[in-house]
Design a protein around this ligand. Structure first.
Ligand code: PLP
Length: 407
C-alpha cells in the first residue's frame, strides 16, 4: 500500500506493462535467454523408442508403438478406447463424421477457440453455430447457452432445429480452453434436453479433470492433440477417446481408409480417411506420456508462481482453474483492463524475451466464419481483446523462489 501512495506522488508513474515485466521476471529469470510460449520437451525414452522404429523399419501406420500409445492413453484418461490419429483436427473430423454430422446440420461451438474446431465441423459440410464463453474458465457458458437455445431451437419430429435457418442442430463441441475444464455438469443437462451429440475438444486438456473424470469423457467422444506445442507431443498427432465400443470400432475402420476383408485383397467398404497415427510418432508419444506426470507437476508450479507474482498487480488478473475442475495449465492466461494495456504488455514482454501471444481471435471475426449463425458474443469479444498468454512450457527454468508459497 505504501508503494501505491508513493507511485501516485510520482508524476510519470511507470506504465502497467513495466510492472508486469518486473513481476514476470521474478518467476522466469530474464538472463536465461528467450522463453518460448510452449516449446516441446523431448526427454525420457524418446530417443530409444524412436530408434527402435528406425532399426526395425516399422515407421508407418502399423506397429507395436501405436497399440502401446493407445493403451497408455486409455490408462491416462480412463476411457475404454483410444484411436490415435495423424493430428487433433483429423480426430475431430472423424469423430464428428462418425457421430453422424452431415451436410446441412448445425453444430454448436464456441467462437473462442482454435480454428481447427470449427474447420472440422465445416469438413463435414455442417455449419459452425457460435456460442458464448464465460470469464472463469474461458470455456462455453452453459447458463447463457440454455437461455439462447430456449429461444432459438424448436423441436420437429423429435429433432431440434434452428427456428431461423430450419437446420437440424445436431451436435455440440465444447472446448476446454487452455486446459481449463468447461462446466460439464451444467452442460450435460442442456445436451440431454436438446438431444445433442456431445463431442469434446479436449485437445488442450490432457491431464485436466472434473472430479475423477478426465475431460473428453463426458459425451460420445473426446478429442486430444499431440501437436508440438501441446502438453505432450508426438510431433503431430491426435486421438479420439470414447467408452462406446461400437463407435470406437467404426472410428478405427474409418480412419484406416475403411479397409475391410482379411487382407488378402485390398477392399474398402466405405469412403474412409487416411488418418491413423504412424508408428514413428506413437513411439515418441509413448516416451512423452511416461513423463506426463512430471510435466503436469511443473506446469502446476509455474501457474502457482505466476499467480503469486501477479497478485495485487493493478489492472491484471490471472486466469486460474475454475471451481468445478482441475486444469493442466497448458497455457497461462492473464487479463488486462483494456486492449491497449494488453497490447503494450505484449510488446514489452516479447522484447524482453518473454514470448507471449494474444488469446484466440474470435472465429466469427474471421472471413470464412463471419456470417455464421451465432448468439450474443460480447464476453468472447471482451476476453479476446484483453487476454494474453504467458510462456508456459513444462521445461521453463524457474528463477529462485523468493516467495513463501513456492514448493
Ligand atoms: C491444438 C488444437 C486442436 C487440434 O490441433 P492439431 O494441430 O490438428 O493437432 C484442436 N482444437 C484446439 C482447441 C486445439 O488447441
Amino acid at each position: 500500500m505504501s508503494d501505491q501512495t508513493l507511485g501516485s506522488l510520482v508524476e510519470t508513474a511507470p506504465p502497467k506493462g513495466q510492472n508486469i515485466l518486473e513481476r514476470i521476471s521474478t518467476v522466469l529469470s530474464p538472463h536465461d535467454g528467450p522463453h518460448p510460449l510452449h516449446a516441446p520437451e523431448i526427454d525420457g525414452n524418446a530417443w530409444d523408442y524412436v530408434k527402435d522404429c528406425l532399426d526395425t523399419g516399422w515407421v508407418s501406420s502399423v506397429g507395436k508403438w501405436v497399440d502401446r500409445f493407445e493403451d497408455m492413453i486409455t490408462q491416462t484418461t480412463g476411457a475404454r478406447h483410444a484411436i490415435a490419429t495423424v493430428n487433433g483436427t483429423a480426430a475431430l473430423h472423424a469423430a464428428l463424421y462418425a457421430a453422424g454430422v452431415r451436410p446441412g446440420d448445425e453444430v454448436l461451438v464456441p467462437s473462442f477457440t482454435f480454428v481447427a474446431t470449427a474447420n472440422a465441423i465445416h469438413y463435414c459440410g455442417a455449419t459452425p453455430h457460435f456460442v458464448e464463453c464465460e470469464a472463469q474458465s474461458l470455456g462455453l457458458d452453459p447458463a447463457a447457452l440454455d437461455q439462447y437455445l430456449d429461444m432459438t431451437l424448436t423441436c420437429r419430429d423429435g429433432q431440434f432445429v434452428n427456428r431461423h435457418t430450419d437446420a437440424p442442430v445436431r451436435a455440440i463441441v465444447p472446448v476446454h480452453c487452455y486446459g481449463h475444464p468447461v462446466n460439464m455438469e451444467l452442460l450435460r443437462g442442456i445436451v440431454a434436453r436438446y438431444n445433442l451429440t456431445l463431442i469434446e475438444d479436449a485437445a488442450e486438456s490432457l491431464g485436466s479433470f472434473i472430479g475423477d473424470c478426465h475431460t473428453g469423457r463426458f459425451g460420445r467422444a473426446g478429442v486430444l492433440s499431440f501437436n508440438g506445442n501441446k502438453t505432450i507431443t508426438t510431433g503431430g498427432g491426435g486421438a479420439i477417446i470414447t467408452d462406446d465400443e461400437l463407435f470406437a470400432r467404426r472410428l478405427r475402420h474409418l480412419t484406416t481408409t475403411a479397409r475391410a476383408g482379411d487382407g488378402t485383397e485390398l477392399i474398402h467398404d466405405a469412403v474412409g480417411f487416411n488418418y491413423r497415427m504412424p508408428n514413428l510418432n506413437a513411439a515418441l508419444g509413448c516416451a512423452q506420456l511416461e513423463t506426463l506426470d512430471s510435466k503436469l507437476k511443473s506446469k502446476q508450479i509455474l501457474a502457482a508462481r505466476y499467480a503469486d507474482a501477479l497478485e495485487g498487480l493493478e489492472g491484471v488478473s490471472t486466469v486460474t482453474h475454475p471451481k468445478w475442475g482441475r486444469s493442466n495449465y497448458w497455457l497461462n492466461a492473464v487479463l488486462f483492463e483494456t486492449q491497449q494495456a494488453r497490447n503494450a504488455a505484449f510488446s514489452e514482454l516479447n522484447e524482453a524475451g518473454y514470448q507471449c501471444r494474444a488469446v484466440w481471435t474470435p472465429l466469427h471475426h474471421m472471413p470464412m466464419y463471419c456470417d455464421n449463425p451465432r448468439m450474443g458474443l460480447s464476453v468472447t469479444e471482451d476476453l479476446s481483446a484483453r487476454g494474453l498468454l504467458l510462456p508456459s512450457g513444462a521445461g521453463l527454468p524457474l528463477s529462485e523462489a523468493s516467495s513463501s508459497t513456492d514448493r
